[in-house]
Design a protein around this ligand. Structure first.
Ligand code: SF4
Length: 139
């Protein structure tokens, strides 16, 4: 199926699973906020470890639906894996583009106010893109 032929009712959100970096946690929290609250009926997720391990259902879904990847750093693991196994993503988000100061994410363990703000901004950016993709694909 060609990229521009992807008709859809849902957008797949693929978050990186970076446990070692606060930005990886922010990726997952922002993705969950979109999946469970902001775009409950418009999105679904793909479990990145299963996807990489060979999850055929998830790979097929990502081949046939637009995906937004959310990564915690420039290594872009979610984007690279998705494009390797399922084709070009519709949009890619790097949490680091939302960080104004390294101090915002200095503490690994606490979800402080800065991290909450960044998480909220990333979730908003995902949601806006979901709306754009659905509007464009369902014209
Ligand atoms: S994109 Fe960065 S934070 Fe996310 S899994 Fe890869 S290396 Fe870890």
């Amino acid at each position: 199926m060609e990229e521009n032929e992807k008709k859809l009712s849902k957008v797949g959100i693929v978050s990186c699973s970076g446990e070692d970096l606060p930005e990886g946690s922010i990726s997952r929290l922002a993705t969950l906020e979109v999946l469970h609250h902001k775009k409950l009926f418009d999105t679904t997720t793909i479990c990145l470890p299963l996807y990489i391990a060979g999850g055929e259902g998830d790979r097929m879904f990502a081949k046939n639906h637009p995906t937004i990847t959310v990564d915690g750093c420039e290594k872009l693991c979610a984007k690279k894996a998705t494009e390797k196994y399922s084709g070009k993503v519709a949009h890619s988000i790097n949490v680091r583009d939302f960080i104004k100061s390294p101090d915002d994410v200095k503490n690994k363990s606490n979800l402080n106010e800065d991290k909450k703000r960044i998480t909220s901004e990333v979730a908003d950016a995902i949601s806006i893109k979901v709306d754009e993709i659905l509007k464009e694909n369902n014209k």
